[in-house]
Design a protein around this ligand. Structure first.
Ligand SMILES: [Zn+2]
Length: 303
């Protein structure tokens, strides 16, 4: 474990921050979302290390160049025997992103909808792609410039291999004072009771519920879990290949397991072992090579 007290003191000294006001500074509603997003990357590492045997899998936070053009790898999982790398992207669920839908019978050609709970995950680029970046990127990954321009803040499945999310964030809302607050509706409480029966603290329980999905299973046009693109200017809404900004984790009513490609982190061993058996697409290989080169440069610079 790092010597966090010493590191905090050094940090405050380095940036001239009065340490007695550090907690208040970090509680500012403008600052909180960024801190929580970053902190989740470390929660993810702790959780993955718990479920992946350390003699078979290496879980680490790669040091990436912040100036780099390549998309950062949040968490790198390496299968030690084969040296296969899996890039894990850490994303929080959306505040207030829980919805319950009751069953709907078939109506006017629309199929019947079963009752379900859905949780929306925030999965978009923080820096949208500018025209220059698009002109360079499009030919490299085999996507047209027009298509990229309609999806400036959407990820592509080549950007990372797996998304890991914690559902806890979905039960936060902004209170009257403008602060983030964990607050459950009746339906939400019922849902968490289903996931963690008899848990004495549903907030803690919610943050223990982490889910993994293959990036390829989120993309519009994937054959396993069909999803439509909601981008107004998208010309291929059933098959554009981009990852929607708010992918959903869907739980059939009364079920403790999602049914649209997401896996409980407890199944990490099975999930990652399966993942490394698949073949990488050309776009994935190109992007991965760039990201690993970026990491290697950083390592040689810092050593
Ligand atoms: Zn699209």
């Amino acid at each position: 474990m790092p010597d966090w007290k010493k590191e905090l003191e050094e940090y405050c000294e380095r940036f001239d921050i009065p340490i007695e006001y550090l907690a208040r500074t970090l509680s500012d509603p403008k600052v909180v979302p960024m801190i929580r997003g970053k902190a989740f990357e470390y929660s993810a590492i702790i959780a993955l290390k718990r479920y992946l045997p350390t003699n078979e899998w290496l879980v680490e936070k790669p040091y990436m160049n912040a100036q780099s053009d390549a998309h950062d790898i949040d968490v790198k999982v390496t299968h030690i025997a084969t040296q296969a790398v899996v890039r894990v992207e850490c994303k929080l669920a959306k505040n207030g992103g829980y919805r319950y839908y009751s069953a709907k019978p078939a109506n006017r050609g629309k199929p019947a909808q079963p009752a379900r709970s859905e949780i929306s995950v925030k999965c978009m680029r923080s820096r949208t792609m500018g025209d220059e970046k698009i002109a360079v990127t499009a030919p490299k990954i085999g996507v047209s410039e027009t298509a990229l321009k309609s999806h400036r803040d959407n990820y592509l499945p080549a950007d990372f291999d797996v998304v890991l999310t914690s559902i806890g964030n979905t039960f936060y809302c902004t209170n009257e004072a403008g602060e983030y607050e964990f607050k459950l509706s009746e339906k939400e409480e019922e849902f968490l009771e289903l996931l963690n029966p008899g848990h004495n603290n549903h907030k803690v329980g919610a943050f223990e519920k982490l889910y993994l999905v293959r990036a390829a299973d989120l993309a519009v046009g994937n054959s396993r879990y069909p999803v439509r693109c909601v981008r107004r200017t998208c010309h291929d809404k059933d098959n554009c290949g981009f990852i929607p900004n708010n992918p959903l984790i869907r739980f059939p009513d009364g079920s403790t397991e999602p049914n649209n490609g997401w896996y409980d982190i407890k199944k990490s061993k099975e999930f990652f072992s399966d993942f490394i058996k698949r073949r990488r697409t050309r776009a994935e290989k190109v992007t991965l090579a760039e990201q690993l080169a970026e990491e290697a440069t950083e390592e040689s610079n810092s050593s």
